[in-house]
Design a protein around this ligand. Sequence first.
Ligand code: MLT
Ligand code: MN
Ligand code: ZN
Length: 304
Amino acid sequence: MLVRILGSGAGGGFPQWNCNCSNCAGYRQGTIRAHARTQSSIAISPDGSKWMLGNASPDIRSQLAEFTAVHPRGAVRDCGIEAVVLIDSQLDHVTGLLSLRESHKPLKVYCTERTHEDLVSGFPLFSILEHYCRIDWQPVPVDETWMALDGIGGLSLVAIPLTSKPPPYSPHRQNTRPGDNIALLVKDDESGRTLFFAPGLGLMEQHLEAWMSDADCLLVDGTFWTDDEMQRQGAGQKRATEMGHLALSGPDGLIEQISRFSKPRKVLIHINNTNPILDEDSPQRSLLADKGIEVSFDGMEIEI
Ligand code: MLT
Ligand code: MN
Ligand code: ZN
């Protein structure tokens, strides 16, 4: 199975258009060693020719321009993307679908019933897109069972419900239910190898342990270093946990949590522009290196 990191940043990307935090300013002024990042999205393929997107970021146009494997080859209108799977209905994970409205075939979108509800109500993206191209919604159950992806033969998935919230615009923001946010386990049917994908992981829940420890690769939440990072940087009031992200550092942080799993390759994605790990010369970045945890970057390719 091949995984291409289309975008490795969190909402806003890096640098963020209106941000003057030490990272964004340092990047613009050339005073830190760091790479710009678009908003997070991945592409997964069993064979390198047909691909499934994991989330559709608002930066999709530039991401696909760089991604030659999906460029048109045959017919006048052609693309290697066969399907899209959404982990929730956050704006930075779904608005890329608007830029796929020229699609020459119905857009096959896998998501839970809860995510679908948001996308036909609070943010009626699917209803709007119906006027441009058909949406072929494929409901994803959240009962932690294997589901064959008919839209892209050779891959199966398990959706694992996460305790988190739907986005601020959602009519059921205060009425959280399983399926608002999910982690994905994607399996290559031929090799049996698996990817655990969770760009928003707010809590290390018991039911995740077995899936994570047995996965071949973890591609997980690298949003924040500390829970109060936004406040520390003067960039906002919200804590990481309130936004559905478990901070990387600290005794119960994500680094410690995933370090317990010896089997999987460990890679971080969805890195917020305030996170000190973006500075490649930072002590935080070298701590990750010591722990054998990689930081994904735009254009990175992972073979699983
Ligand atoms: C998230 O996944 O928490 C988002 O990046 C927040 C957002 O910018 O919409
Ligand atoms: Mn996000
Ligand atoms: Zn910033």
